[in-house]
Design a binder for this molecule. Structure first.
Ligand code: SAM
Length: 460
């Protein structure tokens, strides 16, 4: 693999950098395959379990697999039982455990969220009253983010589509902010060799400028004493340690040390001793290149108004008289609020509803809480929504049919099913105890209600 000479030259300036081992890791080792389980969707997945070699040391639910199975053919993956994620990125769990667990009712922002790897991880780490806002500025990257978040099933999640500058107008609003910035991507060369063609020293400088712009735009939205996590998958100092120096000198931010046991293989590195960032090198640990640094905001950034001034009431469609069918489908109804619009009904926990109140005057909210169902057509017949089937809000007692692997794959391709002894009407089709989506039993067959865009397109 032709690692760019300028990049290698820069890397060789790091004390103790082993160029030979680095090149060997790129030339001779395949990128490890790793997954992270969803703690809210426990399952017994024999096929995946048989491939597990060991746990990712810095992630309680992360595991390495000995080979890459056909994930798309695994109904458990479709049900949101696990996320396929590069292991180094799972390090945010160590930050969370060290700096983010202390207070209750946190509002957390994942500013650059698509496709949703770190958002789904954060959703697994949140405490009961926390709310996550996953933002993605690029419109065509929203569908994959929405799909992954929906699949993960949390009700305490909001997805927005805004530029960091618009986010920055929410003064001192978030307790924790993750900025996994767009970067030159050198840390992923082993996995995506094609990316080498697009790398240049110029591209690194362009990325560094963009990273500064994103950070400067969004930082006003971080609360005083709030935590900033900055990450890239670049090996370049300009996008990593130099950004740490810039952040600590230009903003009221102190860099925080991270406790990483030596045997994990992470390397703490600083440029001008303004603060340490943590690097993953593929020859030092089982994962791709990654950089991460953590900061605490020490002071006000401006005299701008506090987030409270953005509170407004939602329109009158709040707490409507929801259909009886909807009520029967969800659990913990006393812990949240209903919303309705255009004959659709959503439910969200109280803290998410408060966050929506605060965000909606300024942000473009794409999803909040769980879409429970809708009244369809002229007859106004009630229909449960796919989001509910995948959600942790789903009432465990709803009518279900447990599918075989063959039937589950047929269901995921959008086919109708014939199964015996199943109650008539709407029925939740599940595999290994985890819901995949809705069907409607009309007596002779189960009509498939899996939305077209969720269907498995080809069998491989
Ligand atoms: N956090 C994601 C995850 O774990 O799955 C990966 C994020 S990726 C490294 C960077 C993201 O930043 C991309 O989704 C990209 O669309 C977004 N992005 C690109 N340009 C941006 C900009 N100018 N401002 C904010 N985000 C941007």
């Amino acid at each position: 693999m032709a690692i760019p000479a300028a990049l290698l030259q820069e890397l060789c300036m790091h004390p103790g950098f082993d160029a030979e081992a680095f090149l060997q890791a790129h030339d001779q080792q395949r990128p490890p395959v790793s997954i992270r389980y969803n703690p809210h969707k426990p399952s017994h997945n024999a096929a995946i379990e048989s491939l597990i070699t060991r746990q990712v040391p810095w992630c309680s639910k992360g595991y390495y697999l000995q080979e890459r199975p056909a994930f798309a053919m695994d109904p458990f993956w479709h049900a949101g039982s696990y996320y396929v994620q590069e292991a180094s990125s799972m390090i945010i769990e160590a930050v969370w455990k060290q700096y983010c667990q202390s207070t209750d009712k946190k509002l957390i922002l994942d500013l650059c969220a698509a496709p949703g790897g770190k958002s789904t991880h954060l959703l697994s780490l949140l405490q009961e009253n926390d709310v996550l806002v996953s933002n993605e500025v690029i419109k065509n990257r929203l569908p994959v983010l929405l799909e992954n978040i929906t699949r993960w099933g949390n009700a305490n999640s909001i997805v927005t589509n805004n530029d960091p500058r618009q986010i920055g107008q929410l003064n001192e609003c978030f307790d924790i902010m993750l900025i996994d910035a767009p970067c030159s991507g050198s840390g992923l060369f082993r996995r995506e060799p094609e990316a080498i063609k697009h790398w240049s020293e110029d591209a690194v400088q362009t990325c560094a400028l963009r990273q500064k712009r994103i950070l400067a735009d969004a930082l006003p939205a971080l609360k005083k004493q709030g935590i900033l996590i900055y990450a890239t998958c670049s090996f370049s100092v300009a996008e990593d340690e130099a950004i740490v120096d810039w952040l600590t000198s230009a903003f009221p931010l102190e860099a925080l040390p991270l406790e990483v046991p030596e045997e994990w293989g992470w390397i703490g590195n600083s440029q001008n001793n303004n603060g340490t960032g943590y690097r993953a090198f593929p020859h030092k640990l089982d994962g791709e290149g990654f950089f991460m640094a953590v900061f605490r905001k020490t002071n006000d950034m401006s005299e701008a108004p506090q987030s409270g001034s953005y509170y407004r009431q939602l329109p009158t469609n709040r707490q409507p008289k929801q259909p009886a069918e909807a009520q029967q489908l969800i659990r913990d109804e006393e812990e949240g609020e209903w919303f309705t619009h255009n004959d659709k009904w959503w439910f969200m926990p109280f803290h998410s509803a408060r966050a929506v109140d605060m965000l909606r005057p300024l942000l473009n909210i794409k999803k909040a809480g769980v879409l429970v169902g809708s009244r369809e057509g002229a007859s106004g017949k009630w229909q449960p929504h796919h989001e509910l089937a995948l959600s942790q809000l789903l009432q465990p007692g709803v009518a279900r049919v447990e599918l075989s692997l063959r039937d589950a794959l047929q269901y995921l391709q959008g086919q109708t099913l014939t199964v015996d002894n199943v109650s008539k009407g709407f029925i939740c089709c599940s595999y290994g105890g985890l819901p995949l989506g809705w069907g409607k039993n009309i007596g002779t067959r189960i009509n498939n209600l899996l939305p077209k865009e969720w269907r498995l397109r080809k069998l491989s």
